[in-house]
Every structure is written in structure tokens, then in C-alpha cells.
Ligand binder design. Structure first.
Ligand code: DOR
Ligand code: ZN
Length: 343
């Protein structure tokens, strides 16, 4: 097939940062997607409706003229979040969910939650006000091997939350393991998951064989091939519990190519094309539209988009970097070929 026409997609998990970085990266997301769930892990984090509305205004300013793009805002859960914050968020049409970062799990998660039980009253309010909980599902115990952190979180923490709050809608973000896929499959329709392009395309060898490749380093970390295969199966299954969330997470190239490199892959420049590659390689291009354009909207109870986009089978080379000198970022596939082209 040389052309694929699908309903305009949305990105259900995206980091667009603020300031100069926002101006560099937002146009990519706005060109690719009609809507995106905007992660709140700024420094300091976005914890109140007022902060989310300020951040939203900054994002709106950065949308290139002529593009129709809607940022869907989220609030960052801390040990100080109250049920009243949840009520206020539920009353604001621009704020659609709360994000749970276990403290210390990833980039800008220091203000996250260290004792899950401590926020149970807030989770109860989220269940009552029907605000979805978006979860970074990794434990942070120093003794837990980094490759096991998601599976252990699923086994020891997530089940308890689901049992305690059966009506709470939960998105297990950026799933990376068979265990996480299995958990989502075994639980009710209230439990869904996003899957990133990097976790569908690559296993940990891409990051570690032949030298350390810092641009493949993200959290949760890339896993072994058996897990990648489980993710591909879930993504192409047509099961509405699994939908697109890039976790596009830009960092300055200098901070990735570093003795202590930051976690995050920037994929917004070619997100839909990279997903198309995976679906095509698995003879499942007919399943791309549901995954990219329908299931997330349905889960969030938002209308499906009505516009269409066209993907053409055409090879192009990803630039080595995007952004001006002081704001240079290295994209996924930098300097390499991508085999689909949007627009
Ligand atoms: O790799 C990651 N980068 N994982 C996250 O959870 C956060 C993200 C970021 O903000 O850079
Ligand atoms: Zn993320």
C-alpha cells in the first residue's frame, strides 16, 4: 500500500516542556496530532488548575498559525494534593486527568508520591469525580533492578489501587513489559495503557550493544525482545485498551550525551510515521487507525476527531538535530531513514 488515509490521531502522553524548548518541540506535536495529553512534570510541577491554565496559555501561544491543536492538561499528584483540588480539576474543561509519579522514578519526579496509601483519599475523590489517573508504573526501591521496576510495580502496587477503587479509570502509561500488558488485559475496561514508538521498535540491545546509545535511554527503560513482542501484539490487537502515547520527552542533546544522561526520547517529529512502520512490519496497517485515532478518545470520553490525515510510503532522512544551538535536541532516528511520510 502506498497511501494510508486515517482519522486525525491524538497523542495521549506527551512532554512539551516550557520556555524555549516548548517553542522548538510543540510545532512537531501540533503538526502530527489534533490533541495531546500534556504531562505536568515541569520544574516546578503543574499541581493546580491555575498553573495548568497558565501553562495551557503558553502552549497555545506556541502553536504555529493555521494548525488546529488542543492541549489536554493534567495535574501532578503530590502528597499535598487534596480532594478539593480534584473537584476543581473536574469542573474545568481543560484539565482532563491527574498524573502519578512515584517520587524519584524519573525526570522531575522528586515532588511525586512516596506513600501511595497516603493519597488514597485523593484517589477516592478522583473515582467520585470521574477523573482518570495516569500512572508512571515503576517502583523506586534502590534494591529493585531497573529492568524489573515496572513488573514489580504492577504486581505490588497497581493491583491494590484497582481493587480499592474499581470505578477509577486508570491509564498505565508507556507499558514496557509482558506483565503490564497482561495486567491491563485481565482487568476491567477502566484499565488501559499507552504504548510508545520506541518500546514497539526497539529492545535494550539497541541501547547497549556496540556502545551506549544515550538517545535510546528513557524510563521505563527498553526491555528484552520478548517484552517488545508482547507490546507489538497488544498494539496491533485491535483491543481498545491499548492506544497511542508517544511519551515524546525532549532533552538538550548536551544533557543526553552526558556522563549522567537524562531519560527521554524525542519522537514528536516522526511519531505517526514510526508507528506506521511497526504496524506495517506486522501486517496490521488496518489496525493503526483504532490505536492512533479512536481508542484514546473513547477512553477519555472525548469525541473522535473528524478530520483525516494521509500517510505516504516515502523514505526521508531525519535531521541530526532540531532547534537552535542553545536548544539543540537529537530526535529518535537522527540521521537515519523513516519510511512513511505524513502529509
Ligand atoms: O524517559 C522519560 N522521560 N520517562 C519519563 O517518565 C519522563 C520523561 C521526561 O520527562 O523526560
Ligand atoms: Zn512521560
Amino acid at each position: 500500500m502506498e497511501k494510508l488515509i486515517i482519522t486525525c490521531p491524538d497523542d495521549w502522553h506527551c512532554h512539551v516542556r516550557n520556555g524555549e524548548m516548548l517553542k522548538t518541540v510543540l510545532p512537531h506535536t501540533a503538526r502530527q496530532f489534533a490533541r495531546a495529553i500534556i504531562m505536568p512534570n515541569l520544574k516546578p510541577p503543574v499541581t493546580t488548575v491555575a498553573e495548568a491554565l497558565n501553562y495551557r496559555a503558553e502552549i497555545l501561544q506556541a502553536i504555529p498559525k493555521g494548525l488546529n491543536f488542543t492541549p489536554l492538561m493534567t495535574l501532578y499528584l503530590t502528597s499535598s494534593t487534596t480532594p478539593l483540588d480534584v473537584q476543581q480539576a473536574s469542573e474545568n474543561p481543560h484539565v482532563v486527568a491527574f498524573k502519578l509519579y512515584p517520587a524519584g522514578a524519573t525526570t522531575n519526579s522528586d515532588a511525586g508520591v512516596s506513600q501511595l496509601q497516603a493519597i488514597y483519599p485523593v484517589l477516592a475523590a478522583m473515582q467520585d469525580f470521574d477523573m482518570p489517573l495516569l500512572v508512571h508504573g515503576e517502583v523506586t526501591d534502590a534494591e529493585c533492578d531497573i529492568f524489573d521496576r515496572e513488573q514489580v510495580f504492577v504486581e505490588t502496587q497497581l493491583g491494590a489501587i484497582v481493587r480499592e477503587f474499581p470505578a477509577l479509570r486508570i491509564v498505565l502509561e508507556h507499558v514496557t513489559t509482558e506483565a503490564a500488558v497482561q495486567f491491563v488485559l485481565e482487568n476491567s475496561a477502566n484499565i488501559a495503557a499507552t504504548i510508545t514508538p520506541q518500546h514497539l521498535l526497539y529492545n535494550r540491545n539497541a541501547m547497549l550493544v556496540g556502545g551506549i546509545k544515550p538517545h535510546f535511554y528513557c524510563l521505563p527503560i527498553l526491555k528484552r525482545e520478548q517484552h517488545r513482542l508482547a507490546l507489538v501484539e497488544a498494539a496491533i490487537s485491535g483491543n481498545p485498551k491499548f492506544f497511542l502515547g508517544t511519551d515524546s520527552a525532549p532533552h538538550l542533546t548536551t544533557l543526553k550525551e552526558n556522563a549522567c544522561g537524562c531519560a527521554g526520547c524525542f519522537s514528536a517529529h516522526a511519531a505517526l510515521e514510526l508507528y506506521a512502520e511497526i504496524f506495517e512490519a506486522n501486517n496490521a496497517l488496518d489496525k493503526l487507525e483504532g490505536f492512533a485515532s479512536f481508542f484514546g478518545a473513547d477512553f477519555y470520553r472525548l469525541p473522535r476527531n473528524t478530520e483525516i490525515v494521509t500517510l505516504t510510503k516515502s523514505t526521508w532522512t531525519v535531521p541530526d538535530s532540531y532547534g537552535e544551538a542553545e536548544c539543540r535536541i537529537t530526535p529518535l532516528r537522527a540521521g537515519e531513514a523513516v519510511h512513511w511520510k505524513l502529509g
